[in-house]
Design a protein around this ligand. Structure first.
Ligand code: G3P
Length: 413
């Protein structure tokens, strides 16, 4: 059998599911053997793959989170674009089968799909229905104003904190911009060129971070750390709500057995918009890397087709909370009655697809965004700690972030 290595960042139950998918593919044919290898966090996986490429030890497939998209696209000698790979290996492939909200993120400006969608998520609001009931609140808040009111009611009924968040740049900057139709950078959020400038120190963002800072003094908001480290504040029922990946649902079910948890759409700011925009995706996609032989690439192509089949995608979506990346997988899940039996599991897909995306909500594309996210984390942490005003923190993040964009721009000349 021809071996094909697949480096990924899926730990715990997600990792087990990845192993199962690979094993099923391996058992279903006799030519190729997909070998999944867990490489740690998203950032670690991406860094290892880049280092491995330099040492000519790269895997044929690597999972890269959405943050790394522009950097990967810019590494032209490293990546084997999916549309090219499928064509070269004569694997039937139609990018029209995928949800446009997903493909838009992984497609070049001339319409070519460069990486294979796999685990796309979007941020949603999770709320503890038991705590809501105790506070006499009937439904989840829809706007940021309601987030404040509801949090105050929850605290009055004994909750220690209203809400927390995970992945703060993703939920409170990138998706805050998308949901409220405000650009976080020039050049259509980076899609139209490398000379983009960040703009998330403009008024709508400053006001948002200012209120979060104010709310963090009174317990309405509590910061719980980078990436998903804030989840335990929700698991332990210290905070009654949190904002996080749609794929957080399996972790919630595992950690909060017996607690009634609801899923709702991400709040919007009704001073900025009457009808909220879609949110943008997160999660990751699969990149084929150059330097392997044609037999291995045939295996990669077949495996990509297998992964995108309605059955595999529908099962992955239902198990994890990641979006169904194809229309067929969505329809199959509907037909199976999954959404009726599991209320809230369709919120993410509806929030992503029920309105036509605008230039401000179709996604973001920034080189060195991994480094920029670190900068945003660092500056927001200074704001939460009371060491900087919201304006100062965002000004500094924009200034330092722009330096990263310029550094990336120089590599693309
Ligand atoms: O937890 P995930 O896989 O949905 O990823 C969340 C964020 O998109 C990471 O940038």
């Amino acid at each position: 059998k021809t071996e094909v290595e697949w480096w990924h960042a899926m730990g715990g139950a997600l990792g087990q599911k990845v192993n199962e998918i690979a094993a099923d593919f391996n058992a279903g044919q006799s030519e190729y053997e997909i070998k999944p290898v867990y490489k740690g966090s998203y950032a670690e996986t991406m860094t290892s793959a880049i280092a491995a490429f330099r040492a000519k030890q790269q895997p044929a497939i690597v999972q890269v989170f959405e943050v790394g998209t522009a950097t990967m696209m810019g590494a032209k000698q490293v990546i084997y674009p999916v549309h090219e790979l499928m064509e070269d290996t004569k694997e039937p492939f139609d990018s029209g089968h995928y949800l446009s909200a997903v493909t838009g993120y992984y497609t070049t400006s001339d319409g070519k799909m460069v990486s294979m969608p796999f685990n796309s998520s979007t941020p949603v609001l999770y709320y503890n229905k038991d705590m809501f009931k105790k506070a006499g609140i009937e439904s989840a808040p829809k706007t940021w104003k309601e987030m404040e009111q509801v949090s105050k009611q929850l605290i009055a009924s004994g909750a220690q904190c209203g809400f927390s968040t995970t992945w703060q740049s993703w939920t409170q900057i990138e998706n805050f911009g998308a949901r409220n139709n405000v650009a976080m950078a020039s050049n259509n959020n980076g899609f139209d060129g490398f000379d983009s400038e960040f703009q998330f120190n403009r008024e709508p963002f400053v006001k948002h971070i200012e209120r979060l800072q104010k709310w963090s003094e009174s317990g309405i908001f509590k910061y719980g750390g980078r990436q998903s480290s804030g989840m335990p504040l929700f698991y332990t029922q210290e905070c009654a709500m949190t904002m996080g990946s749609s794929a957080g649902l399996s972790g919630i079910q595992e950690s909060m057995a017996g607690v009634d948890v609801g899923v709702a759409e991400l709040p919007y700011d009704d001073t900025l918009i009457m009808k909220p925009q879609n949110t943008i995706i997160g999660g990751a996609s699969l990149w084929a890397l150059r330097g392997h032989d044609s037999e291995q690439y045939k295996g990669v192509a077949q495996f990509f087709s297998y992964l995108s089949s309605a059955e595999v995608q529908a099962d992955w979506h239902q198990f994890t909370g990641y979006l169904p990346i194809t229309t067929e997988a969505y329809e199959l899940t509907q037909k199976e009655g999954f959404y009726d039996q599991n209320p809230g599991t369709d919120i993410a897909v509806l929030q992503m697809t029920s309105v036509e995306p605008t230039a401000n909500s179709k996604g973001v594309r920034f080189g060195n965004f991994l480094q920029v996210r670190d900068i945003i984390n660092q500056e927001l942490e200074a704001v939460w700690a009371g060491n900087k005003s919201a304006k100062q923190g965002l000004d500094d993040a924009v200034r330092l972030g722009n330096q990263q964009l310029r550094r990336f721009e120089r590599t693309q000349k």
